[in-house]
Design a protein around this ligand. Structure first.
Ligand SMILES: Nc1ncnc2c1ncn2[C@@H]1O[C@H](COP(=O)(O)OP(=O)(O)O)[C@@H](O)[C@H]1O
Ligand SMILES: [Mg+2]
Length: 421
């Protein structure tokens, strides 16, 4: 399915991007660590070689007793304090081997390859499977070479590399698992919003189907009865007009709802509760007269000043009053009560209309939900009013309570904070 594809792809992309970032960071970290570690390790070795070179350059070649194989100390090289045990010194006199300090790697029959050792520079050579860093230099007729075996340093470098590779693999696996988990968490609300949107469009078009079908049927009927005068078909025309009106209402409700969903910004102004009450009651008193219903308003104290989003709270209250009118038969009573309780104003909208069945009470705030008897009785509506109310109340942190007895009446109570943040 296409919808699944989008989420699958997004999730895959999130995982790939985050793992690549983690990998790059770790890779850079590895390169820096290895470079620093190896340069520190070999700098030490090179420093020792160069120190030894310095010292040997300062020795007068006259002090070299080639017969005894001793250039460094009259007491013999093995006892010489000047050659540390890890350093090997080899001396040639005019191309002939003159001296080899005691060591486990070179002897007269197994000498390092001279060609590979650069003069006055640090070189790296291999000999019988061992690796050495070394240098070569001349002192009068002598050519001297200084070697240090670096196998242990290479071994520790290798161990470090292995440790880094293993931790890299473990970290990458952890990164994959974590990013997969995070990607699912990130996508969840997006998927929910997307599904909600899809269902919303489906429901909306479903709601439009009935009035459209009615209008189409009536129009076909009119089209087939040409020659008739309009008044013979007045009933059909008025039915069509009523369906068009409900489509109009549905359209404006949908617009309001999607606006509330997208832009839930709050516009707070100072509101005088009396003005608010008057604004509402004037219109509905007239409507009650027209519909032969009673509309009562119970005010509270005068001059209560509120910090309210006037339009939103007005819209919320109107949704409730209109429902109360709609779901109350003629001679019914609708009461709008305002109560001042500490930090809030309670707005109660009470009617003695058809009431709500217990099993419907949890569903009346769902989009497009209308109870079966309301649908059956052909009372106009879109089922959006209360879900819009719920959205508004969520934005403004207004509490909603419903009390209803089926067949007897309903009361909605809004708990509106006096000061909105
Ligand atoms: N005052 C009321 N009395 C009885 N039923 C109500 C009342 N208010 C709401 N309802 C029930 O809740 C449903 C949803 O209300 P609403 O979202 O305003 O949609 P609509 O009024 O367009 O049907 C109504 O269809 C009705 O079944
Ligand atoms: Mg309604």
């Amino acid at each position: 399915m296409k919808r699944k594809d989008i989420f699958y792809k997004t999730k895959k992309n999130i995982i790939i991007i985050s793992v690549t970032i983690v990998f790059l960071c770790l890779f850079i970290f590895t390169v820096i660590t290895k470079t620093l570690y190896s340069s520190r390790l070999f700098n030490d070795v090179d420093r020792q070689i160069l120190q030894q070179k310095d010292m040997l350059e300062r020795i007068s070649p006259n002090s070299i007793n080639s017969n005894e194989g001793n250039i460094l100390d009259e007491k013999g090289p093995s006892k010489s304090p000047r050659i540390p045990p890890n350093i090997i010194v080899i001396v040639y006199e005019r191309g002939n081997i003159d001296f080899i300090s005691p060591n486990a790697y070179f002897n007269i029959t197994s000498l390092p390859d001279l060609a590979k050792i650069e003069k006055n520079k640090i070189s790296v050579i291999e000999h019988n499977g061992y690796t050495f860093r070394c240098t070569s230099f001349d002192n009068k007729q002598y050519n001297m070479q200084v070697f240090i075996n670096v196998n242990s340093e290479l071994k520790s470098m290798k161990q470090l590399t292995n440790a880094i590779v293993i931790s890299l693999i473990v970290l990458i696996i952890i990164a994959i698992i974590l990013s997969a988990y995070l990607a699912s968490r990130i996508i969840k609300p997006v998927r929910e919003a997307y599904n909600k949107q899809v269902f919303f469009v489906q429901d909306a078009s479903h709601e439009m189907r009935t009035p459209l079908a009615v209008i189409k049927g009536k129009l076909e009927l009119l089209a087939n009865s040409w020659g008739d005068t309009i008044d013979t078909h007045f009933e059909h025309i008025s039915k069509m007009m009523s369906e068009v009106r409900s489509l109009e209402k549905l359209n404006s409700d949908l617009l309001l709802l999607s606006k509330e969903d997208v832009d839930s910004s709050i516009n707070i102004t100072e509101v005088n509760l009396n003005d608010f009450i008057e604004d509402l009651s004037d219109f509905y008193e007239d409507l009650a007269d027209m519909q032969d219903k009673k509309f009562y308003v119970n005010k509270t104290k005068d001059n209560i000043k509120l910090q309210w989003d006037y339009n939103k709270i007005r819209r919320a209250t109107i949704i409730l009053i209109e429902n109360a009118f709609k779901y109350t038969s003629s001679k019914g009573e609708i009461t709008l009560t305002f109560e001042d309780i500490n930090k809030s104003i309670l707005i109660r909208v009470k009617d003695n209309g058809i009431g709500i069945k217990d099993e419907d009470k949890n569903r009346i705030f769902d989009r497009f939900f209308r109870s079966s008897d309301v649908r059956g009785k052909n009372i106009n509506g879109s089922g959006i009013g209360l879900s819009l109310l719920k959205s508004i109340c969520k934005t403004l942190e207004i509490g909603i309570k419903v009390g209803s007895q089926y067949g007897k009446g309903t009361e909605f109570i809004l708990n509106v904070p006096k000061v909105m943040k």
